[in-house]
Design a protein around this ligand. Structure first.
Ligand SMILES: [Zn+2]
Length: 228
């Protein structure tokens, strides 16, 4: 915050307005903060891993991942933590600048149909799918997963690329666990009978334009099963 406060008058005005917005975050219930915070993280994560990135979206998304991953726990624990709230807003805004250009991935694809079918919020639907899709997508781009691990606070620069990539998946699983996300789809009332239909809908939605690993209908079915 001190560094931000020295950034000059124009930035200070922006910060002041941002702080006013952040005051409203006080009224968020903890689970709403967790679900919407993870949704913001998924925007940055899926945008970073997309097939349609460039150096600028990569730089923005890594910054967003770092801000969101390092502030989401203290923010969910205490929505009155203004510094954490501001950093969450900034991380969310950064990711929002890129994903319209890069597209998103399988987390948003699957969450779209789970949310609609079982009346779950967008953020919770994303959070339930995130660890499983991250594990599935790792093989498509271990180098980028390794950089995600570093952005999430792991000393990944010292590690072999694949070890660091797996550490990113582990960091994502821990984030969901720490924030109280139910571990299984069945825990929130999802039933298996729709998996065939939802897998077909996922394929038709054509997130293969963006998702780093090509995903078939059978893959989507397997991902729903894993998450179940
Ligand atoms: Zn979203």
């Amino acid at each position: 915050m001190a560094r931000l406060a020295r950034a000059g008058p124009h930035f200070a005005v922006g910060l002041h307005q941002c702080a006013a917005v952040a005051q409203h975050l006080l009224h968020f219930a903890a689970h709403v903060a967790a679900h919407s915070g993870i949704d913001a993280f998924v925007h940055a994560f899926e945008s970073y891993l997309s097939l349609q990135t460039n150096l600028i979206t990569d730089a923005i998304n890594l910054q967003a991942i770092e801000l969101l991953a390092s502030n989401i726990r203290p923010f969910v624990a205490n929505r009155g933590n203004l510094e954490a709230g501001l950093n969450m807003l900034c991380g969310s805004a950064l990711a929002g600048m890129t994903f319209g250009q890069t597209g998103l991935g399988n987390v948003h694809c699957m969450a779209r149909f789970i949310g609609a079918q079982f009346h779950l919020s967008h953020g919770l639907s994303n959070a339930l799918c995130l660890p499983h899709v991250a594990r599935f997508n790792l093989v498509a781009n271990p180098q980028k997963f390794a950089r995600v691990a570093a952005a999430m606070g792991r000393p990944a620069q010292q590690w072999p690329t694949l070890d660091a990539a797996h550490a990113a998946v582990e960091a994502i699983q821990n984030m969901c666990l720490d924030l109280g996300i139910p571990p299984r789809l069945r825990d929130v009332g999802v039933t298996e009978d729709c998996f065939d239909e939802m897998a077909q809908l996922c394929t038709q939605a054509n997130y293969n334009r963006w998702n780093p690993r090509h995903t078939t209908t059978a893959d989507f079915r397997a991902l729903f099963e894993k998450a179940f």
